[in-house]
Write a protein that binds this ligand. Structure first.
Ligand code: PCA
Length: 203
């Protein structure tokens, strides 16, 4: 049985929920015969990467898909690349705000997602959920986590696919922010399910 590790984040930046975890925790136990392991991680540089890498070493998932919130984006976005930079003026949940630091000392400048990103986008669209490729996961905690996952897969040789998916704010987060793009948790879940299914079928 294929194993898929899917992660979501705790709330940050003054929000009381994070739609990445709300959507991830609603995924089924299995998709297309693959077993899902769902993990919530903190919005902290270092610790979030350490937690996911530890889980990968424990359970050897074939596929790792990390999910995070990207306020301001209109649809689901499948990230193409993670860069070896941690840089943020806003603090993470532990009060860290690194400037121009490497995610992994001496690591390559970037890793490309090993998920079939275009097929994932098409699958989400076919499920009726707006989705596109993003060419930057930023330089905050999400980029750091994507980089750590791809670095671990590259150096350990374990696992087949890794990548990162950003979701917009949920409709409930945007209720009083009418100018802010949002999506229902049900649509996010449907898009993520289509993405996981695509990865499992091409693994
Ligand atoms: N989004 C942030 C970190 C946690 C999350 O959900 C990001 O895009 O870096």
């Amino acid at each position: 049985m294929r194993r898929v590790l899917v992660t979501g984040f705790e709330p940050f930046g003054g929000e009381t929920t994070n739609p990445s975890w709300e959507a991830v925790k609603s995924l089924p136990d299995t998709i297309d015969g693959a077993g899902l392991d769902l993990l919530q991680v903190p919005v902290t540089f270092g610790v979030s990467g350490d937690m996911v890498v530890a889980r990968m070493r424990e359970t050897s998932p074939d596929i790792v898909i990390c999910v995070g919130q990207a306020a301001g984006r209109c649809g689901i976005t499948v990230e193409r690349v993670a860069i070896d930079i941690a840089d943020s003026e806003s603090e993470d949940n532990a009060g860290l705000s690194p400037a121009d630091e490497p995610v992994v000392d001496g690591g390559p400048a970037a890793y490309l997602a090993t998920l079939p990103i275009k097929d994932c986008v098409e699958a989400s669209r076919a499920a009726g959920v707006p989705c596109s490729v993003s060419n930057s996961a930023g330089t905050y905690v999400c980029n750091q986590l994507m980089y750590r996952v791809l670095h671990e897969q590259a150096v350990s040789g374990l696992g087949v696919m890794g990548g990162f998916v950003h979701v917009p704010l949920s409709s409930s987060q945007a209720l009083t922010r009418p100018q802010t793009p949002s999506m229902s948790l049900g649509a996010m879940r449907a898009g993520l399910e289509a993405i996981v299914s695509t990865c499992v079928r091409s693994c």
